[in-house]
Design a protein around this ligand. Sequence first.
Ligand SMILES: Nc1ncnc2c1ncn2[C@@H]1O[C@H](COP(=O)(O)OP(=O)(O)OP(=O)(O)O)[C@@H](O)[C@H]1O
Ligand SMILES: [Mg+2]
Length: 516
Amino acid sequence: MSSVVNRIEAGAPRATDLPGLVVTDVTKAFGATVALNEVSLEVGAGRVHALLGSNGSGKSTLVKILAGVHQATGEGQIRVGELAVPASTISPASSASLGLRFVHQQLGLFPQLTIADNFAATAGFGGRSLSPINRHSLNRRTREMLAQFRIDADPEDRVDRLRPAVQTLVAIGRAMSDRDRAKVLVLDEPTEALPEDETSRLLTSIRNLAADGLTFVIVSHRLAEVAEVADEVTVLRDGNVVASGPTSQLSRADLVEHITGNRVAVPRRRQAVRVGAAPAVKVESLSVGPVRDLSFDVAPGEILGIAGLVGSGRSAILEGIFGARPLRGGQVTIGGRSQRFRHPGDAIRAGIGLVPESRTHQGLFLDRSVTENITAARVEKFRIRGSIRTSREQAHGRMRVAEFAIKSSSAQAPIATLSGGNQQKAILARWLDTSPALLLLDEPTRGVDVGARAEIHAVIGSAVEAGMAVIIVSSDLDELCDLSDRVIILRRGHATHMLDSGLTVGKVAALMHEAG
Ligand SMILES: Nc1ncnc2c1ncn2[C@@H]1O[C@H](COP(=O)(O)OP(=O)(O)OP(=O)(O)O)[C@@H](O)[C@H]1O
Ligand SMILES: [Mg+2]
């Protein structure tokens, strides 16, 4: 074991360090679920502290208590510098007056409003009807924020029309906008939707702002980025602090062990693809979105990876095949028949599934139960003479919840009460449940913890062994290379390479970034 401090003495600031944020004995229960159990942590001013833990371990719950969205159950306290509030009465207003600022996992942007109006909500512009002078100044400040974060968008653009990565950057820019009064910035999986270059830019600006004295708490499942940006880490497991200490003293293996509690990941082993089998899908001269004239095929039992930078057209290919985006040209042959789906419903009937890039915008029915979300793609199975056989549906939901280790108080709980990573597992369960001939995966393990990621890979692996074909888009090159039999490198809508042997992360990254 490494020299992990297994719990920082609560409320005892180190002599060399000004306390930035001190959390003492915070407990939170939702019904019978204890999400946090007497959690304490301390972050020195100007330090970057990473909060780690598996899906459902309590990270976002702690973030929401810090934000005053939830109140704690016991006697806990939140302190920033000299100011403290009881964690049981904290409100959004008292949190803000402590100097705490947030980027939540679900971003908390108003999707139907413009960037400028989202910005107004925190920038002290208050009311809805702004005078022309205020509007002018709001737009100027929004423009400055967009320039500072190199966001390619206009203050008047509506948030729901922006790419997920840009939405994240807007939320971060908004949280950082009142630099004078902000003391602690809490970022809940800020890089989840960000591509590599935007991630490294964000990590650099976090380090710069920390050098200026701003304190950071950052939630992440990406251990490489934690090692890069964080001075210290705290690991939660089932709502308890199981480890806490300087990042330099915790190896990656230590962190994985603390996060998973020694849960063993199932190694993936697959038979080679059946040579000579008729392709599950054949794509000829496909033109969709930025993609032009792309051809490939995928055999049953094969996983095809697509690598490329943001904007290269990766998601467009999946959406085009799925009938969610109109094709400009080309032909898709599935099960021996040439198909051009006008609607995802037609694709689903033809045996195709799509796990979309953004689970909250494209995947989940937030007001429905976990079970209803899992069975959503094939409710007919549970329907008899028009009415749903609820008991059968519920038994099925319980089975899938257990199989996918979805952490939920019950299979009937609203999916909105699940942690982000567990919502992602439910969407995967939904599509694997339809036994598709072809499964399209767009960033399938985004926000999923290291243990569950291996489990999901194993589940995908066994469906593939049984003959399912997969096309996967992932910015996580480890994942892409681990899973794929072949990888297409896509650059500005063109396939520049097809790698089928000696797949390595280094090779794929080099080809993706190659100039030209
Ligand atoms: N509003 C709620 N009602 C009921 N249970 C909840 C609610 N919010 C969270 N929980 C439960 O509390 C536990 C902790 O969830 P939390 O969202 O804090 O996890 P997390 O560590 O952020 O996970 P992830 O990495 O997946 O985002 C989970 O079991 C979750 O289902
Ligand atoms: Mg979370």
